[in-house]
Design a protein around this ligand. Structure first.
Ligand SMILES: O=c1[nH]c(=O)c2nc[nH]c2[nH]1
Ligand SMILES: [Zn+2]
Length: 483
């Protein structure tokens, strides 16, 4: 028999679209024992809580009241990160992509041949990523099968939702860090896929949370025979998601086109091996040609916008507004350690700055059109959407996660912006009535107050503001988690 639901009561932020979110000040939200949302009722006064619960037939259910300064929001979706690069965060920013890979990244990733090192490192990586509020994460491992199995197992035990892939890379990598043949590379991918799909069910949910993802690192590191074998594997397994990099840096693009002289574009290289499809996640997309954007849209593939990395490795500024206007799915990625932070909040802040760079460059032109996103600063609703629902769409998980609606999974965060010493996003209220000579603005409504909390959190917040992290209804992290 199903157990009683858990009922959350308080302020809720619920993304709806690129232009709107709900700010619900006094919401009751019921989560079933399977971790899915049973019902949501807004505008419930304190005195009415028991009555609503009895109408819903769950008077005995546990109520979790949110405190003043707390609100509930959907968990973040990180559509692109490299777990083995976490130890390198903050190193190597003097390089651009290809030199950075050779000098900083490949040497670090090679260490994961050592499974003890892999285990120690990945336990800490996953803990940190969860505490940053990432409830769904697309992880790259290294080329090593055993180390990447360990990564998947740790994520599974901790209860995060994730895609996990091992890199396929059989060329243009150093001797000490390259796969010996296309056959070995594909055999490794198959072994990891089988392993992840046979992880035992979690005790608290029948829904598997960790899934394999095919991970050709990028076209430069894959021979045509390898890409052909990955094509066969992908065609035989349409549910298998795919992740790779695209059009990040000018030298990378030139090298790619020199390796595939018959391809008309970078995107077409992947398309010619059937690797561009609805469940493909393409990281970066900074310098795409119009025809490539068109192709990506036709194939319904999604883009992971990684602005921290794009600034840090001097790659460029991705035209996110233009991609959104074309109806291409876009989510955010931390791209550690091209990006120097594992937090999607940092990606939100840099996505805002990136969009403002584009908008400032277009300021004196007629490039800004009504009802479009191109050449404009991304708004708070758009940033929130990219960090949650947009990411869910890119992962083809938007029926399951990304916002709060009945029957979706409860992947959620309890955020605290209350005023205390350790709170980077603390809200400093104005006194009412205002002091003499003070700011004579009228008191805010609850909704306006919640709008302010969200903005403060997105721009000033960090993991210290994230009290609880839930995936599929289960508490797995946050400052108030002791597990
Ligand atoms: O930002 C990036 N990080 C990587 O590890 C990588 N590999 C290929 N291309 C890449 N880009
Ligand atoms: Zn990357």
């Amino acid at each position: 028999m199903a157990g009683l639901p858990t009922i959350y009561y308080g302020a809720v932020v619920n993304p709806q679209s690129l232009t709107s979110y709900q700010a619900l000040a006094r919401c009751l939200l019921a989560v079933s024992s399977e971790g899915t949302i049973d019902w949501i009722v807004d505008d419930v006064d304190d005195s009415m809580v028991q009555e609503v619960m009895s109408q819903k037939g769950c008077v005995d259910a546990e109520v979790v009241p949110l405190r003043e300064g707390e609100f509930l929001m959907p968990g973040f979706v990180d559509t692109h990160t490299h777990a083995p690069q976490v130890p390198n965060m903050g190193s190597g920013q003097q390089h651009e992509l290809l030199d950075w890979l050779d000098n900083v990244t490949f040497p670090m990733e090679a260490n994961f041949a050592d499974v003890e090192f892999a285990r120690e490192t990945y336990v800490e990586v996953v803990r940190r990523v969860i505490n940053c509020g990432t409830t769904m994460c697309c992880y790259y491992g290294t080329l090593h099968v055993e180390a990447t199995k360990i990564l998947a197992e740790i994520i599974h035990v901790k209860g995060q939702r994730a895609f996990v892939g091992k890199c396929n890379m059989d060329r243009n990598s150093p001797d000490y860090y390259v796969e010996p043949s296309p056959e070995a590379s594909v055999a490794g991918a198959r072994e990891l896929i089988t392993y992840i799909r046979s992880l035992p069910p979690s005790p608290h949910t029948t829904t598997p949370l960790v899934h394999p993802i095919l991970t050709p690192r990028f076209a430069i590191s894959c021979t045509s025979p390898l890409l052909s074998s990955l094509q066969s594997l992908a065609l035989s397994d349409p549910a298998l998601a795919i992740q790779t990099h695209i059009s990040e840096n000018p030298s990378e693009i030139a090298f790619t086109l020199s390796l595939f002289p018959n391809a008309s574009s970078y995107a077409q290289v992947y398309d010619s091996f059937s690797l561009l499809r609805e469940n493909t996640i393409l990281a970066h997309a900074v310098h795409l040609q119009d025809e490539e954007k068109q192709l990506i849209k036709e194939r319904k593939a999604g883009i992971s916008h990684c602005p921290t990395s794009n600034f840090n490795l001097s790659s460029g500024v991705a035209p996110v507004g233009d991609l959104l206007d074309r109806g291409i799915k876009v989510g955010l990625g931390t791209d550690v350690s091209g990006g120097f932070s594992p937090s999607i909040l940092t990606a939100v802040q840099h996505a805002s700055i990136a969009s403002k760079v584009i908008a400032m460059n277009a300021r004196d032109t007629s490039a800004v059109k009504d009802g479009t996103f191109a050449n404009r600063a991304l708004t708070i609703p758009a940033l929130l959407y990219l960090a949650t629902m947009g990411g869910a769409e890119v992962c083809c998980l938007d029926k399951q996660i990304g916002n709060f609606s009945v029957s979706k999974s409860f992947d959620a965060l309890i955020i605290n912006v209350g005023k205390d010493n350790a709170n980077p996003a603390a809200v400093w209220g104005e006194p009412h009535p205002p002091r003499k000579g003070g700011n004579h603005t009228k008191p805010k409504s609850k909704k306006e107050e919640l709008d302010g909390w969200l903005e403060k959190f997105l721009f000033c917040g960090d993991d210290r503001n994230i009290r609880r992290v839930y995936v599929q209804g289960r508490l797995i992290g946050g400052t108030a988690f002791s597990g």
